[in-house]
Each structure stands twice: as structure tokens, then as C-alpha cells.
Design a protein around this ligand. Structure first.
Ligand SMILES: [Zn+2]
Length: 206
């Protein structure tokens, strides 16, 4: 457990108009996914988004649960996303507001404050430092370079060969342990193949 001193953990009980819909803070509120969110929340959400993007691109096991990972990079995404989630859970309002109530409260404000809601994304370029990580990190993930993809593909192909070898070594083996092992290997094989497929897709997008 982290010491509560690491972030301000004054938990707010209820949402009030003008506050972040998740934690109630009024610190650097900006619209995030059509909802008013504070600077800290947006930063943490962006970290989780980035990890999700990475996980999705490689067809990896969804976030949450164990941190078990194929490599350091994946592990780092999982760890930072988990930490971000912990912070979000810690600061969460005791009672989250009803989305309809939020929308209603926002309407007059939105009209006054956000004159042009048509282009929510590009606006972040001119936004202050707090908003920057989202944009930068997204560019970083989508701009993943060909060399890295290639090395992942090679690693996976190596894994696939190893799994196939173990499968053929088990050929003809009887008994429960052998069958369980075979089932496990088949599962591994499927995972490797789907990751390869995801990588191939990512490569074609480049
Ligand atoms: Zn917040």
C-alpha cells in the first residue's frame, strides 16, 4: 500500500457542477471523453489508455489481474496502468454523479466555455502542459517502428517453433499429465498465433 501522502487524497463525497465527474476536484478541468475531468484524472486516464492501446495492438491479455508479461515493455505498461488505476480508485467520489445530471449541468456552461465543440482532439495541441501526455503518448504508440515490430515477430516465431517442438515431442504420449500439457501447449500456440496476427495488422497499418 502506498502512503496516502503520495497524492492528495481528500476524498470528496459528492459531485458539484464545475467539478471533475470522477473525483470532484476543480483543478484544471477539461473535457475528457465528453465529461469534465480534472488534471490528475486526465493524466491517469491517459496512462491507462496508452496501456490499453498497446495491449490491443499486440492482442495481449487484457489489463487487470496478474502482471505476468512476455517482456519488460509489456510489464511496464501493466504496472503503470495498475498504479494509475489505483490512484483513480483512491480519489473516486464516494458517490459518482448521474450522467444525466452532469449533462444537464454542463449544457449552459458548455455553450459559454467551449465555443467550438466540433474539433475536440486538435485543441489539445494548444492546451497547457497537463494535456500534453495524451497526445504525445498516442503518437508514440501508433508510431511504433518497424524494427521493433520485426523483433517481436521474430521472438514470437521462435516461441511458436518451441511450442510446436514440445507438441510433437508429446505425440503419442498417454495419460492425464500429457494431455493436460498438450492442452496447455495448444493454448499457448493459439495465443502466439493471435499475437502474430495482431502484429501483422499493425505492420500493414504503418
Ligand atoms: Zn478528477
Amino acid at each position: 500500500m502506498d502512503s496516502p501522502a503520495t497524492t492528495s487524497t481528500v476524498r470528496i463525497a459528492r459531485w458539484t457542477p464545475g467539478g471533475c465527474v470522477w473525483c470532484g476536484s476543480t483543478d484544471s478541468i477539461e473535457t475528457y471523453r465528453n465529461e469534465p475531468r480534472c488534471g490528475l484524472c486526465r493524466e491517469k486516464e491517459a496512462v491507462i489508455d496508452e496501456a490499453k492501446h498497446f495491449i490491443g495492438m499486440y492482442g495481449l491479455r487484457p489489463l487487470g489481474g496478474t502482471l505476468a508479461s512476455d517482456d519488460e515493455e509489456e510489464r511496464e505498461y501493466r504496472v503503470t496502468a495498475r498504479d494509475a488505476r489505483e490512484v483513480l480508485n483512491r480519489i473516486r467520489l464516494e458517490k459518482l454523479p448521474d450522467p444525466a445530471v452532469v449533462r444537464k449541468a454542463l449544457r449552459p456552461r458548455a455553450a459559454a466555455a467551449v465555443a467550438a465543440p466540433a474539433t475536440p482532439r486538435p485543441a489539445s495541441a494548444s492546451a497547457p502542459a497537463k494535456a500534453a501526455p495524451t497526445k504525445k503518448s498516442q503518437a508514440g504508440v501508433t508510431g511504433i517502428d518497424a524494427i521493433e515490430l520485426q523483433s517481436r515477430v521474430e521472438k514470437l516465431l521462435g516461441q511458436l517453433t518451441a511450442v510446436d517442438e514440445q507438441i510433437s515431442a508429446l505425440d503419442g504420449a498417454q495419460g492425464l499429465p500429457a494431455r493436460a500439457r498438450l492442452k496447455d501447449l495448444d493454448k499457448q500456440r493459439t495465443t502466439v498465433l493471435s499475437t502474430l496476427a495482431a502484429l501483422e495488422k499493425a505492420r500493414r497499418r504503418q
